[in-house]
Design a protein. Structure first.
Length: 143
């Protein structure tokens, strides 16, 4: 199983993309703003594009099992000297809900995705039996 997020719409507040599992469209994504390499504003920056591992693990913040995105042995994300911790795929609607994490939803508009809980439920059903899978995040201008 392979996950792919293709980021397509970039605004001053958020980044909207599409989530594919094994090259099949599943839902839309919303992340914080994509910034230049090496630049991070806490709680307002999307993780860099690239390849990551994803595993299901318990989130103390959300009090449930969620997909965790990482590229370091300590389960964090690090790129160009910038570090992110606790990056998870979860439900939410705007950049205020993301804190660097990819949110999922079935509808989209400017700086917003909707029907997020239903989309998250579908994603979790598809990922329920994973151990570790690969996630590739691509910015549309790099496709």
């Amino acid at each position: 199983m392979k996950l792919k997020i293709i980021r397509e719409v970039f605004t001053n507040k958020s980044t909207i993309g599409s989530l594919y599992i094994d090259d099949v469209f599943v839902c839309f994504t919303l992340e914080d703003k994509v910034r230049e390499d090496g630049v991070k504003i806490y709680g307002e920056t999307a993780i860099p594009d690239g390849k990551y591992s994803v595993t299901l693990s318990y989130s103390n913040r959300f009090k449930r099992v969620l997909p965790l995105i990482y590229n370091q042995p300590d389960l964090s994300v690090e790129s160009d000297g910038v570090r992110f911790e606790g990056i998870r795929i979860h439900a939410g609607n705007t950049d205020k809900d993301t804190h660097g994490c990819p949110l999922v939803g079935f509808t989209k508009s400017k700086d917003f995705i909707g029907n997020s809980r239903a989309a998250f439920k579908k994603v979790m059903e598809l990922l329920k039996d994973i151990d570790i899978v690969e996630l590739e995040i691509i910015n549309k201008d790099e496709v």
